[in-house]
Design a binder for this molecule. Structure first.
Ligand code: FE2
Length: 263
């Protein structure tokens, strides 16, 4: 029985020694007999880095899209097809409030569903006995996802309600894999705990969407410290001041493209 999880970092904002980087996220997750591509970045970089890593994406069981932003899903254009799991709200047209830049997916829902075997779910979806796609994540904390800089086409606020994550049940406890953390990292962990009934949190990895050292970052560090999480790997959209605060609080390494984590 496979008890260790293997995560290959195909796309991230930070470049490894021999691997290029871009603003985006893509991980290859191998656990519980499954090979899951979690997000695709914004270009074909994930494929090129997978090739360099000899990671072979040909036999992946499925692709999971964390949410409908270009930097997580535009790489879908470079996949031949296969199973795709995501929240039904991923396909909406959405923009950056500040300058009106389009930041939704490059492919429409019709294009995606004609190419992929698409399964959308706002409810938790069991991918294997030990891997769960969380679906819509309830926003319960008072310090996360209360503000947004994103807008829909009609100008109303976009809180990226389609933002989801994976909960993986390791022998040591839960391990959470987040795309961008728009739902809030604490909200995500709390929901994973609730639906699995497992309170022990072993770790978390991915985009935390924390930019500064203000309250959301401080409260997230406090929460993760209290849970006793052993592996805390903020990456992608976690910006420098927040990253530095996490590095100070936890004995962790910086995530870069080409990294392969096994634990
Ligand atoms: Fe992102």
């Amino acid at each position: 029985m496979q008890t260790q999880i293997k995560i290959s970092v195909l796309t991230d904002n930070h470049a490894g020694s021999f691997f290029p980087a871009e603003h985006g996220l893509s991980y290859l997750i191998e656990y519980d007999g499954k090979k899951i591509l979690f997000d695709t970045g914004q270009s074909d970089m994930f494929l090129r880095n997978a090739e360099k890593l000899n990671a072979g994406l040909d036999n992946t069981d499925m692709t999971v899209l964390s949410h409908g932003h270009f930097d997580h899903g535009n790489g879908l254009a470079f996949l031949p097809g296969g199973k795709l799991v995501c929240h039904p709200g991923c396909f909406v047209r959405r923009f950056r409030g500040q300058d009106g830049t389009y930041i939704g997916l490059g492919m429409t829902e019709e294009e995606i569903s004609s190419k992929f075997d698409l399964k959308t779910s706002a409810d938790p979806l069991q991918i294997s006995g030990k891997i769960i796609f969380l679906g819509a994540i309830p926003r319960i904390t008072d310090f996360e996802s209360r503000k947004t800089t994103f807008r829909f086409e009609d100008g109303t606020a976009d809180f990226v309600e389609d933002d989801s994550a994976l909960a993986v049940i390791l022998p040591e406890g839960l391990f959470i894999i987040s795309g961008c953390g728009h739902s809030g990292i604490v909200n995500t962990c709390e929901y994973a705990r609730k639906i699995t009934g497992i309170s022990k949190l072993h770790g978390i990895m991915g985009g935390f969407h924390l930019k500064t050292t203000a309250t959301p970052t401080r409260e997230t560090i406090k929460y993760l410290s209290e849970t006793g999480a052993k592996h805390v790997f903020p990456s992608h959209c976690t910006e420098l001041p927040a990253l530095a605060a996490f590095y100070e609080a936890f004995a962790i390494r910086q995530i870069k493209t080409g990294d392969v984590l096994v634990f």
